[in-house]
Write a protein that binds this ligand. Structure first.
Ligand SMILES: NC(=O)c1ccc[n+]([C@@H]2O[C@H](COP(=O)([O-])OP(=O)(O)OC[C@H]3O[C@@H](n4cnc5c(N)ncnc54)[C@H](OP(=O)(O)O)[C@@H]3O)[C@@H](O)[C@H]2O)c1
Length: 263
């Protein structure tokens, strides 16, 4: 591995994989621009990591569904990095809403479908477009997108979330082709089950979320951050196209080994 990159921008850094990635990059000496809607959380994390690791970090408000919010976030990132430019963009902001089967879906479910496409696909495109031009001009940079095992395999109740993550993989691949020869790298990270706030957001309650991971050992946000850091710290001539990582207890989207609870 080479040294940690200079400035790393992470979307959705207020929780889960994004926050864990911020922690790991900071420990390796990277400077950070952290974005999320819960700006209090990203500001507190930026302050904490600056104090702990002697790096520079800012937390800024970011809603990837809102163009004005993205423009303000990009401006604050540009002011923060100055001429050095952004070394790595981690497109991590994302979510799933519900597990409705299409024949039984309601209008409420349909609003969730729209939100998933808007955040996971359009949000990623909006943010990427605004950062990648500077990377091309500098002849260096790295766009790391959070796909999912759900972008590789599908399952009942997952049509729309899986479609968004399959789209992330397709967008990643097209971007890689479009950036060939520029020196800018592109990677897609595809985790299986990771215990974060993801399942609470998707299912609505902590109790339902806990059932997703019952009797098995899921990945943590820190586990996924290790994979992200690894891809970001390789030599300039080496591009990791995709990383698929799963818990040892998970062999496919729906094939999960669960141990019986001890009496
Ligand atoms: N957990 C898993 O099993 C798993 C598996 C594979 C892939 N992934 C992917 O990994 C990524 C991170 O998920 P996670 O597991 O860490 O979930 P999480 O703990 O729920 O974190 C999701 C992050 O996305 C942010 N976000 C959501 N909507 C946003 C918006 N409109 N604008 C800006 N930020 C937004 C949230 O911040 P705010 O709410 O503060 O805005 C939060 O920081 C997602 O793309 C997810 O699809 C997760």
């Amino acid at each position: 591995m080479t040294a940690a990159p200079g400035v790393v921008v992470i979307t959705g850094a207020s929780a889960g994989i994004g926050a864990a990635t911020a922690r790991l990059f900071a420990a390796r000496g990277a400077h950070l621009v952290l974005g999320a809607r819960r700006v209090d959380r990203v500001r507190a994390l930026a302050d904490e990591l600056q104090a702990a690791h002697g790096i520079r970090a800012i937390g800024s408000s970011l809603d990837v569904r809102d163009v004005a919010s993205i423009e303000a976030f990009v401006e604050s990132a540009r002011a923060f990095v100055g001429a050095a430019g952004v070394a790595v963009l981690v497109n991590n902001a994302g979510l799933a809403r519900g597990v409705a089967h299409i024949p039984h879906a309601t209008e409420d479910d349909e609003r969730g479908w729209e939100e998933m496409f808007d955040v996971n696909v359009m949000g990623l495109l909006r943010v990427t477009r605004r950062f990648v031009g500077d990377m091309v001009a500098r002849g260096a940079g790295h766009v790391i997108n959070l796909g999912s095992l759900a972008g590789i395999e599908t399952y009942e109740g997952g049509a729309v979330y899986c479609a968004t993550k399959s789209s992330v993989r397709v967008v990643t691949r097209a971007l890689r082709l479009e950036l060939l020869g520029t020196g800018v790298k592109v990677t897609c990270i595809n985790p299986g089950l990771v215990e974060t706030e993801f399942s609470v957001v998707r299912l609505g309650t902590q109790e339902q979320a806990d059932a997703v991971y019952a009797g098995m050992t899921p990945l943590t946000g820190a586990d996924v951050a290790e994979a992200i850091l690894w891809t970001a710290c390789l030599p300039a001539h080496m591009n990791i196209e995709e990383v698929q990582l799963q818990p040892t207890d998970q062999a496919s989207a729906q094939k999960v080994h669960r141990r019986e609870a001890q009496a």
